[in-house]
Write a protein that binds this ligand. Sequence first.
Ligand SMILES: [Zn+2]
Length: 342
Amino acid sequence: MLSRRNFIQKSVLAGVGLYTAPKSLLTNLNEQIVMTVKGPIRPRDMQFTLTHEHVLADFIGAEKYSRDRYKVDEVYARALPFLQDVKNKGCVTFIDCSPAYLGRDVQLLKRLADSTKLHIITNTGYYGAVNERFLPKHVYTESARQLADRWIAEWTDGVEGTGIKPGFIKTSVDQAPLTVAQRKIIEAAALTHLATGLTIAVHTDNGEAANEQLRILADNGVAPSARIWVHAQKEQNMAFHIDAAKRKSWVSYDGVNPRSIKDDVTFLQRMKANGLLNQVLVSQDSGWYNVGEPNGGNYRDYLTIFTLLIPSLKRNGFSSRDIHTLFVENPANAFSIQVRKL
Ligand SMILES: [Zn+2]
């Protein structure tokens, strides 16, 4: 039997519960989030998404990297019409994959998001490929845990004091076997994932390197579904792609350009025939203002998927449903923020 005091307390709590439960359920359980440079959105608000593009890149290397090397107003003016064009084609979310020390400028991205109304997503993490020339020195003296703590702090507090948060982890490695530093940043990515739920996109040069990443993630208790195999098209042996996708890793064909359409369609047909289209991402690795070249050099547009790839897919038996899976559903699933444990 309830005492009167207990009864009152429970009634009050029940009353509060009844009143607040639907709201808290909505924000905590029903809806995961995706993090843009302007704050969180719901995964379903991403809609048509380009998952791997660039606005700005500077290949000078971590040693000499500096924001003084470019005029941000010039970059903004150069990039803006390209982003407006792709927005007009139906792109709603644009994921910028330039990492720290290679062209990540989150305030520039925020400004472009404000102007274009695109959802723009940026990243945390370091780029270990190209013989580690884009890795800052502290990678060699700090542990994976210390590197992860730097990246987790960007998630918690924002990047470089801006309050702008990353929406995923971007790292990269060369071909297998990975170097000590490359293994360390993959481990740091795993630790960051466990603390934040941010998905890990790894620029990868071959299938063996992709597998080595999954072993490092597994050693740290992270599931393959937390990993995007970026540049999977660099590995011509599709047995690697199929195996990774069967293990629920994301496989990203992200080099779409006017000369790659035939190969892209072949990759996608094979994945479709294997029932694996729901593990695939497609993007262009296009753009960007290249620091050091006059007015950023040859900026490639973001339109090929719209003007060439999708029409070609339709001619090759891909349904509107398939296109929706590739460009709407899969990006929403891949970039929704959740810890994916083994
Ligand atoms: Zn890229």
